[in-house]
Design a protein around this ligand. Structure first.
Ligand SMILES: Nc1ncnc2c1ncn2[C@@H]1O[C@H](COP(=O)(O)OP(=O)(O)OP(=O)(O)O)[C@@H](O)[C@H]1O
Ligand SMILES: [Mg+2]
Length: 649
């Protein structure tokens, strides 16, 4: 099987048994089934135009025999007319065949693109962790194009060649058995040549297509990481990296093309030698009165007719091999089963209260070392669970298990007693609001980004969410307000702004369970404070899992979990953990104590109402606005009273 990373380019692990190849062709063939009508039409037109083209030499022979040799002018006229009509009809059917075959191949490419894209969207995180974007994108483009061309230039042309060959052979046998046998000598030679070339082309084209993917990966990576490239002044390095890959692709392409190009004249040579043999042997027969001249002319015409498909035979072999490689690469993606799937009897998670439990959960990424070990968490509805721990201790990993981005290797997770594996992923994720560590925004307007999870959100709801997330005032300062485009990944926004847009986006979903992996390393204390306020508002009344780096969140948490190398080493509240004088106290002294001072200062400034204006920080309008937006953004949860947190702050 082909790998989805570029590592496969050196050693293409293609399946090279003829059975495997046949299976790929059969699967491509099956793609034609939904378009059987057009496919049938294309084949019918092909048959008719071939048939008509075969009549013409016969008509010419008749012209010579009747019109010229016997001087019958009338017959000559009729036959000339017949030649004209059949030529016109032949052109018409050739057009039909060209049009229909292009239409079929484009429909197949369209279907394949949709299929692959849908499948990629459904595949699990584990798959995407291991794949390269460039390799996946090249499957959607180059490989699908290879399959499309295979259908028109390989499959249909192949059929054309076969039909023409068989028909001409039959005609030749009827005209002159001896000369027909001479023609047939070419068959084994042509087949032998094709197999030889196909064998050598197969790995070459697989390499070309893999290399295309690798080039895509280099391009995608250096373009999306262009800021890092420039920051480290590594443009030359990236240009050289791209240049090397481009050179590799060119070399491979050239070797494949050289082989293909060599194949074609070889085939023409074979057919020309056959023509010479026929003219020679036939000529001798005519002189010896064993064969009539019109028959020899007809035979020579048929051999010439044969040379066109045979000439394209060389390129057909190429398209057969490219289609095979492309098909294999496409099917290798389509055949990947998502490791995260809905159980056959999965229920819809409804009326969520927000009781979340981790029961003896252990986890490892892709059979790697254990990242989480025997995690037990019992989060009551509305509680805030703060996760603390050194970098790499497994905080984000814990959070990613809840929406089933990955399944634990041991233990289970439940929401209100329902195992997360027993409910549909869609309903599970609709009830879990996520603000991830790396905020990703789409190249769309601010409004569209906020409304990403709720397609039919009204402007009021969007603005209400933006207010709670403390991004509304910023939005008003933009020239186009909420209609401002944020650029790819939201490049035109600052780190803190992006984070608050992400919070607004999650808020609009109105989930009962919140998962906040908020890294604030990129934002200043003031922005951090704004985000903190936004989060406080968002967390209210929801079960919240938060990777906390802020004292206020931690102090407000009902449970603080201290993680170390994938295990929970301490748990409790701020006071109880401080009393333990253990890992939490050390963290507090190192990271949190200084925040205490800042918070106090910020609060006093804000109380004077001088920094951000009263409507931004603590106006009752926002809270109302939030409730309004929440109440109408999701029907599923409207019947649940907004449970107030049991813990007073
Ligand atoms: N997709 C992945 N595939 C393989 N290993 C991973 C993957 N993501 C994380 N890891 C590993 O799992 C461990 C825990 O990572 P995790 O991201 O959960 O840490 P974290 O506590 O969130 O750290 P940070 O505070 O830096 O965000 C790390 O050793 C990391 O290398
Ligand atoms: Mg993390």
């Amino acid at each position: 099987m082909t790998s989805f990373s570029g590592n496969s380019t050196k050693t293409s692990l293609y399946a090279d048994t003829w059975q495997a190849n046949l299976r790929i062709y059969a699967r491509i063939f099956a793609l034609l089934r939904p378009h059987w009508f057009q496919s049938f039409g294309a084949v019918a037109c092909l048959g008719l135009s071939t048939g008509l083209s075969l009549i013409i030499p016969w008509l010419i022979a008749t012209v010579i025999a009747t019109g010229l040799q016997h001087g019958q002018l009338n017959n000559l006229l009729y036959i000339a007319l017949a030649i004209l009509v059949s030529s016109a009809l032949r052109g018409l059917f050739a057009y039909g065949q060209g049009y229909l075959s292009q239409s079929v191949s484009n429909l197949v490419a369209y279907d394949l693109r949709n299929q692959v894209y849908d499948h990629l969207q459904k595949l699990s995180f584990a798959f995407h962790d291991e794949s390269e974007t460039g390799q996946l994108m090249s499957r959607l483009t180059v490989d699908i194009e290879a399959v499309r061309n295979f259908i028109t230039l390989g499959l249909l042309r192949g059929l054309l060649t076969l039909v023409t060959f068989v028909a001409i052979t039959i005609i030749l046998f009827r005209l002159d058995v001896y000369l027909a046998l001479v023609t047939l000598i070419s068959v084994p030679i042509l087949i032998f040549l094709s197999i030889q070339v196909a064998r050598r082309l197969r790995p070459l084209w697989m390499d070309v297509q893999n290399e295309n993917g690798a080039l895509g990966t280099v391009m995608q990576e250096s373009l999306s990481g262009v800021r890092v490239v420039k920051a480290f002044a590594r443009e030359e390095f990236e240009i050289a990296k791209f240049g090397a890959k481009n050179q590799e692709l060119r070399t491979l392409n050239m070797s494949a093309m050289r082989l293909s190009a060599w194949n074609q004249p070889l085939m023409i040579l074979v057919i020309n030698i056959i023509t010479v043999l026929i003219v020679w042997i036939g000529g001798v027969a005519v002189i010896g009165h064993r064969l009539s001249l019109p028959v020899l002319v007809a035979i020579a015409q048929y051999i010439l007719l044969l040379s066109t498909p045979v000439r394209s035979f060389g390129f057909m072999v190429t398209w057969f091999m490219r289609g095979l490689s492309g098909g294999e690469r496409i099917f290798s993606v389509l055949d990947v089963q998502s490791t995260i799937t809905d159980a056959p009897n999965a229920r819809t998670l409804k009326n969520v209260q927000g009781h979340v439990a981790f029961e003896h959960v252990s986890f490892a990424y892709n059979n790697g070392p254990e990242v989480l070990n025997d995690i037990n968490i019992d989060a009551k509805p509305g509680q805030i669970i703060a996760l603390l721990g050194a970098t790499g201790s497994g905080k984000s990993t814990i959070l990613s298990l809840l929406p089933r981005f990955y399944d634990p290797t041991q233990g289970r997770l439940t929401i209100d007693g329902n195992g997360v594996r027993e409910v549909t992923q869609r309903s599970l994720r609709q009830n879990i609001g996520l603000v991830l560590q790396d905020v990703f925004l789409f190249n769309a307007t601010l409004r569209d980004n906020i409304a990403y999870g709720v397609a039919n959100a009204t402007d009021e709801q969007i603005i209400a969410a933006a207010k709670v997330a403390r991004i509304h005032d910023f939005a008003l300062t933009l020239p186009d307000g909420y209609d401002t485009w944020v650029g790819e990944r939201g490049v035109t926004l600052s780190g803190g702004q992006k984070q608050r847009v992400a919070i607004a986006r999650t808020l609009l979903l109105n989930p009962r369970i919140l998962v906040l992996d908020d890294s604030t390393s990129s934002v200043d204390m003031e922005t951090e404070y704004l985000i903190q306020q936004a989060l406080d508002a968002v967390m209210n009344g929801r079960t919240t899992f938060v990777v906390a780096s802020r004292l206020r969140t931690i102090k407000n948490a009902d449970q603080i979990l201290i993680l170390d190398k994938g295990s929970i080493v301490e748990r409790g509240t701020h006071e109880s953990l401080l009393a333990l004088n253990g890992a939490y106290t050390r963290l507090y002294d190192l990271q949190l104590r200084e925040q205490e001072e800042f918070e106090t200062r910020m609060l006093s400034v804000q109380n004077k109402d001088s920094l951000y204006g009263s409507d931004v920080s603590h106006s009752p309008v926002q809270e109302d606005g939030r409730d309004r937006c929440i109440a109408s953004s999701s029907e599923e949860t409207t019947n649940q009273p907004d449970k107030k947190r049991e813990v007073t702050r």
